[in-house]
Ligand binder design. Sequence first.
Ligand code: SF4
Length: 192
Amino acid sequence: KNVGKISLEQIDSLSGKSFPLCMRQLHQSLRENHHLRHGGRMQYGLFLKGIGLSLEQALQFWRSEFTRGKVDADKFDKAYAYNIRHMFGKEGKRTDYTPYSCMKVILSNPPSQGDHHGCPFRHSDSELLKQKLQFYKVSPSGISQIMDLVKGMHYQLACQKYFELTHNVEDANFSLNHPNQYFVESQKILGG
Ligand code: SF4
């Protein structure tokens, strides 16, 4: 398995290069707000586990970010650490939870005000999505191709188009169904 393959210091740069938009957005919100609500912690936490963070790394990652905000270390250990150990199957029913697929992210638990989870291609308002894509340096013609796919409700194809445009490949040669698959395919191209 890939546990321990990445270091915490790499996450910022990986998030810009190899994370799909849903995870890039969660990472950015976490860094900005030093907090994520439960839906975001689950979606992002399981993704990070999937790319190889160990339980110890995950605890360190979430603790150091949350304690930069309103949560002190004591509160973190009481209120949040359980949740993270739980994700790794160390508490409760000891289920080893798997990262969410695109279908799960797209179809269940839609984000409400103040949430940052979900699939931006499905859940972001289209003006906001365009702004995000501009901010991430997608060309105007690329943005209009993506928005056409979004309009046709082809969210995973829109995400795949974003992958092709941001990795400079004509054809991604895979059919996207999982955020962790996006990461693996990106790393293959970038030689990570
Ligand atoms: Fe994330 Fe999948 Fe949506 Fe892409 S299509 S942003 S990987 S949920």
